[in-house]
Design a protein around this ligand. Sequence first.
Ligand SMILES: [Zn+2]
Length: 251
Amino acid sequence: MLWEELSWPQHRKMAEAGAAVVLPVASIEQHGPHNPVVVDTLLCTSVCRKAAEGLENVVLTPTMWAGMSLHHADYPGTLTLTLETYLAVIKELIHSIHRSGYKKVLVVNGHGGNINPVQSALVPARYDLGIEMWFVTYYQLGDQAAAQHRKSEIGGMGHSCEFETSIMLHLRPDLVNMKEAVKNLNVPRHPLMIRDMHHGGKLHRPSDFNRNRAPSGVSGDPTVADAANGERFLDACVARLREIIQALAAA
Ligand SMILES: [Zn+2]
């Protein structure tokens, strides 16, 4: 069920029945010259809608499209909040869901830059409200599908990369201009740093996209993206997310 389509008495009924709420959080930020700025919001919303489709006892909120994208702010089209505002927004959305009577929330994230802020915001919310709160970043649910079907080497999946561009080619090819796609493999400065959205990251270094170091705004290899693989990646994320939603609803 979609949050925005329910009346308040229907919300009260759902909350009393112990429904789980799914809150997608994403971003509007540059995704290279070949993709529109809506990629994270579009993909995260699509995954959540498909995963929650037809499930009783599950309420899907609208996607929080503004995220923590300071590391993309050098590029036109990026709409970012500051960290302090973003933490407050996540906290206040969780509090609103709780005030509506719900006691189970799954935050589904579609943007790497949101991971640490959302996890931080959930700690005091969990402590203050005592409700069940789960968090997952959808593309990490596609790790196995990526390993099985990817064409790029490790480093080819990061930002507006093979993974995201493939799913865009499956869902909205009209928004992708493959003639503009460029390869820009991530080269970590230390072997323990993140190598790819599906590999590594024990040693952390804040993302620092900027137009001098990464003129295209791409990290990875979108040139090998294809729609058939996009469908595989999407289906894998949807199937695993659906299991998670069902587990939370049953908890
Ligand atoms: Zn993205």
